[in-house]
Design a protein around this ligand. Structure first.
Ligand SMILES: Nc1nc2c(ncn2[C@@H]2O[C@H](COP(=O)(O)OP(=O)(O)O)[C@@H](O)[C@H]2O)c(=O)[nH]1
Ligand SMILES: [Mg+2]
Length: 304
């Protein structure tokens, strides 16, 4: 939910069509009332509703909230972070939605997305201060709701997938075990990143080396998307690649498919390249095989 023009439909489009979605977004028309679609995650079917945000629709939802809002398991509220003039209006709408939920004693986790926080804006003082001000204002809801904040942009698909995955992870208690396992594994391998994605690119768990820069994260994720595409197109189960960061240091990556029944998962593993001794890098990647058994056990627990 969110005001019209906040970017809700763009976000959903980006999530569902990770590959080449830019084209679709240019053609988007304002959403009429509610657009529904369904997707499966960890074997469970979810219905996703995109609430058109024009005033007339907002009024209608709020007039009949039991019909439209009741039964929500997870709420993503999208704010156009660039549109300062509508901050008051958007908080007012969120206020009314939460008031209804509270009166109805429904407390779905709430993910608030400060959207259109485009990569070139991340270091700009004004927008950061404004966002911080709203966060302070919204904290008052946290007595009643579990609130999570995200900064997102369609120009950083990773930021959108992170927000969406984090939201979903709140509905699966065991999911955090995956990230914990990765964090443990990372200690043995001097790894930069370990992640597990489902076939749609939703993150099941991930570990990043602390202080990894945003540009490096985005670069790795783009490389990953490329690799996943190739794996699917060429019907492979494993792909290794090598690339360098802007500062020139090299890294090696590996993407491996894990299959459970009809569910596919992708394991991504990124380590620093040992340029003097490439054998070492290969060795580490091979050693990873031994950690796979633990991972598979965990995934099985998740999808049961
Ligand atoms: N700069 C920028 N523009 C965006 C972003 N996401 C969406 N937009 C644009 O915002 C406008 C409204 O998007 P739309 O998804 O239709 O908004 P909705 O009404 O909330 O569904 C469109 O022109 C999009 O191209 C973003 O992350 N950054
Ligand atoms: Mg829309």
């Amino acid at each position: 939910m969110g005001l019209d023009f906040a970017g809700k439909t763009s976000i959903i489009t980006a999530i569902s069509k990770k590959f080449g979605f830019e084209q679709d977004i240019l053609k988007l028309m304002p959403t009429r009332r509610i657009a529904r679609d369904a997707f499966k995650f960890l074997g469970i079917e979810f219905v996703r509703l995109d609430f058109g945000g024009q005033l007339q629709y907002r009024e209608e939802y709020l007039k009949n909230p039991t019909k439209y809002i009741s039964g929500t398991d997870l709420l993503f509220y999208v704010i156009d972070a660039q549109d300062y003039d509508r901050y008051v209006e958007t908080i007012d709408y969120l206020d009314k939605i939460l008031l209804f939920l509270k009166e109805n004693q429904e407390y779905p986790p709430l993910c608030i997305l400060f959207h259109k926080f485009d990569p070139q804006l991340t270091k700009e003082k004004v927008i950061n201060q404004r966002i911080l001000t709203i966060k302070h204002a919204l904290i008052r809801y946290s007595n009643d709701f579990d609130i999570f904040f995200f900064e997102t942009s369609i120009y950083d698909i990773k930021s959108i997938m992170d927000a969406f995955s984090s939201g979903l992870s709140l509905l699966f208690e065991k999911m955090e075990m995956v990230s914990r396992l990765f964090s443990r594994i990372s200690k043995n391998y001097n790894s930069i990143m370990i992640a597990l994605f489902d076939a749609k690119g939703i993150t099941i768990g991930e570990y990043y080396r602390p202080h990894l820069h945003l540009v490096e994260k985005i670069r790795i994720y783009d490389k990953y998307l490329e690799a996943q595409k190739k794996i699917i197109a060429e019907n492979r189960t494993l792909l290794e690649f090598s690339d360098k960061f802007e500062n020139g240091s090299r890294y090696s990556g590996l993407v491996e498919t894990l299959k459970f029944g009809n569910l596919d998962f992708y394991l991504l593993f990124i380590i620093e390249e040992n340029e003097e001794d490439l054998e070492k890098t290969v060795e580490v990647l091979n050693k990873l095989e031994s950690a796979k058994a633990q991972m598979e056990t965990l995934i099985l627990q998740l999808i049961q």
